[in-house]
Design a protein around this ligand. Structure first.
Ligand code: URA
Ligand code: SF4
Length: 211
């Protein structure tokens, strides 16, 4: 199967999935969308009200802001892959439970493996936690991190920025750095230790390699 076929297969499984209790209250599961050869992948938290109705990721207010952020760096939604750590809406938009995150994780892993994006942008703490443990978003937002060979850029969730005007500029500034990070991504060698030696980072969290 090629990447496109794998994504279609995952989407089909997600739409009828009953692996966790979230399937009971959902209207439409939201597998994610975007080209199979996307260079950049955005991973949010979970579908909200509108996503649950439409079966598409980031189509509500946070999605509109995400669209604006993409436009600000010359990208269109059609050029990136957008998904969530949890594919069905938690009732009342509550936080996803650890068992729900665990049940849903294989779908996301298969999507990442199929797409092999140059850069993964995590939106919010739940998707950040998949790659980076014990990190504070306030300290590492916007900084590219290489985790098990994968370049990850943690960002605040667009919904948080909508509710907190001061975060809006922070998210906009982090986005503005993305094109450089994407350009840089291809040239970054796999060995993170080498990079860390060349460019030591003062505030480097222990298990991370920042550059
Ligand atoms: N918030 C998310 O985290 N994901 C969506 O798809 C929509 C809103
Ligand atoms: Fe399946 Fe994920 Fe939906 Fe749970 S959230 S039912 S694991 S697709």
């Amino acid at each position: 199967m090629n990447a496109e076929q794998i994504l279609a297969q995952v989407a089909e499984e997600v739409r009828s999935c009953q692996r966790c209790p979230l399937h009971r209250a959902r209207r439409k599961a939201v597998p994610g969308e975007g080209p199979a050869d996307a260079e950049i992948m955005f991973i949010g938290e979970a579908p909200g009200f509108h996503e649950n109705v439409q079966g598409r990721p980031f189509v509500g207010a946070a999605g509109q802001f995400l669209d604006e952020l993409l436009h600000s760096i010359g990208l269109r939604r059609e050029e990136v892959y957008i998904t969530n750590v949890v594919k069905c809406r938690p009732p009342g938009n509550r936080d996803p439970e650890p068992e729900e995150l665990a049940a849903c994780e294989p779908y996301l892993d298969r999507q990442i493996k199929a797409i092999r994006p140059k850069v993964i942008v995590t939106l919010g703490r739940f998707s950040m936690a998949k790659f980076i443990r014990n990190a504070k978003i306030s300290q590492i937002h916007g900084k590219p991190v290489k985790v098990r060979g994968q370049l990850v850029v943690p960002m605040y969730h667009p919904a948080a920025a909508l509710h907190q005007p001061s975060l809006r500029r922070v998210v906009e500034a982090d986005f503005a750095r993305l094109p450089d990070i994407i350009r840089q991504a291809a040239e970054i060698p796999e060995s993170v230790e080498e990079i860390a030696e060349e460019k030591p980072s003062k505030d480097k969290p222990q298990q991370l390699s920042l550059f």
